[in-house]
Design a protein around this ligand. Structure first.
Ligand code: NAD
Length: 370
């Protein structure tokens, strides 16, 4: 089949959906790959590297999409220029997805975010591959904004105390944030509402802090995600966090509930108790934020506390983020490839069904509204 890759249009997104390594694999499987000129440059992949791997470079988006069966993308492309009947695979932000624009062109859309969390789909799980890098980068960004060192240092001129880092939400991003902060020498604590997180946090050498009542014991869905917690639990959680947060130097918040606004975990009052010079990195800012004071892609100064909101941390590591994401796509493609190598959407594979948002002009996924 013919695979196309456009230059990303989302502002600030420096990732690309194929790397020379995955192009070589696709070509080895007898697929044709066309890449828009310059699509990989921001991630360090030149047109020449793609050509050497076997891709064709097209000068513009129209040329890239000519005759395409499948468009591989990082984020949602502009539906305007897409040919009728195309199949699109990407991180399509399904809960904010405007299906009508794609339905009017009968574009089949497959959202990588809806890859089910089953063992067979692990190699395709782009949320995990990107969150892992984002968690790492959140700590690097936080450490850069923080005006002190992370590890303890005993020098002739005096002792530097280790930074205290508190990670809220110990999922994929949070666990990598914990591991990174530990490697940098910080003293790390973490919280989550899912009991499974407790052991994982401890295994990384951090201390787990949470109200462990009956609701906590049942807070994980069958899909491995967190449930929305009751008002009563959230009140107890807030009290626990309030007394802890005032002693922290860097707070990294990662808490998300799929399809819902992010839970508020760090209130304005809590921020006011923190020491000037301390830092909050809100990774949930695109979903409304875990801290009401964070703003997308800004660092807000609140009485000396720096509140940073990052909407797309994987794009701060474009080479690695692209390499891992491109491998997720490579692992997924066989599920929509027929025995003769052509596109085959006639499948009842649960992974494809879970990811499909639209097909033949209709919205086919119950998890999105239109
Ligand atoms: P996520 O990005 O949806 O949420 C981040 C974290 O925030 C989660 O750990 C969640 O429990 C936590 N959270 C939600 N509300 C909270 C609150 N009020 N207070 C504190 N924390 C809160 O989740 P994620 O990181 O994508 O994944 C969650 C878990 O799923 C992972 O830890 C992992 O073990 C599991 N997972 C399994 C597979 C698989 O089996 N294939 C793949 C990926 C992840």
């Amino acid at each position: 089949m013919k695979l196309s890759v456009l230059k990303e249009v989302a502002p600030g997104d420096r990732r690309v959906a194929v790397t020379p390594e995955t192009v070589k694999k696709y070509v080895g499987l007898d697929h044709e790959v066309t890449v828009e000129a310059g699509a990989g440059v921001a991630a360090g992949y030149t047109d020449q590297a793609y050509t050497e791997a076997g891709a064709t470079i097209a000068g513009d988006s129209t040329g890239t999409l000519k005759g395409a069966d499948v468009l591989l993308s990082v984020r949602t492309p502009d539906p305007e220029g897409l040919p009728d009947g195309l199949t699109l695979v990407g991180l399509l932000d399904p809960f904010k997805f405007d299906a009508s624009a794609f339905n009017s062109k009968k574009v089949t859309t497959l959202a990588m975010e809806f890859t089910p969390r089953i063992t067979r789909a692990q190699s395709m799980d782009a949320l995990s591959s990107q969150s892992n890098l984002a968690g790492y980068r959140a700590v690097i960004e936080g450490a850069t904004i923080y005006g002190r060192a992370m590890p303890m240092m005993m020098t002739a001129a005096g002792t530097v105390a280790p930074a205290k880092v508190f990670v809220m939400g110990a999922g994929v991003a949070g666990l990598q944030a914990i591991a990174t902060a530990r490697r940098l020498g910080a003293v790390v604590t973490a919280t989550d509402v899912r009991p499974a997180a407790k052991e994982q946090v401890a295994s990384l050498g951090a201390k787990f802090i949470a109200g462990e009542d009956e609701e906590f014991k049942a807070a994980e869905t069958a899909g491995g995600y967190a449930k929305q917690m009751s008002d009563e639990y959230q009140k107890k959680q807030a009290e626990l966090v309030a007394s802890h947060i005032e002693k922290q130097d860097i707070v990294v918040t990662t808490a998300l509930i799929p399809g819902r606004p992010a839970p508020v975990l760090v209130s304005e009052d809590m921020v006011k108790t923190m020491r000037p010079g301390s830092v909050i990195v809100d990774m949930a800012v695109s979903q409304g934020g875990n801290c009401p004071l964070s703003e997308p892609d800004k660092v807000v100064d609140v009485n000396g506390v720096q509140v940073a909101g990052f909407t797309n941390l994987p794009a701060h590591l474009p080479a690695d983020a692209s390499a891992l994401y491109a491998k997720n796509l490579l692992a997924f493609l066989p599920l929509i490839t027929g025995e003769d190598g052509s596109l085959n959407l006639e499948t009842d594979d649960e992974i494809v069904t879970a990811m499909m948002l639209t097909r033949g002009g209709e919205t086919v996924n119950e998890r999105i509204s239109s």
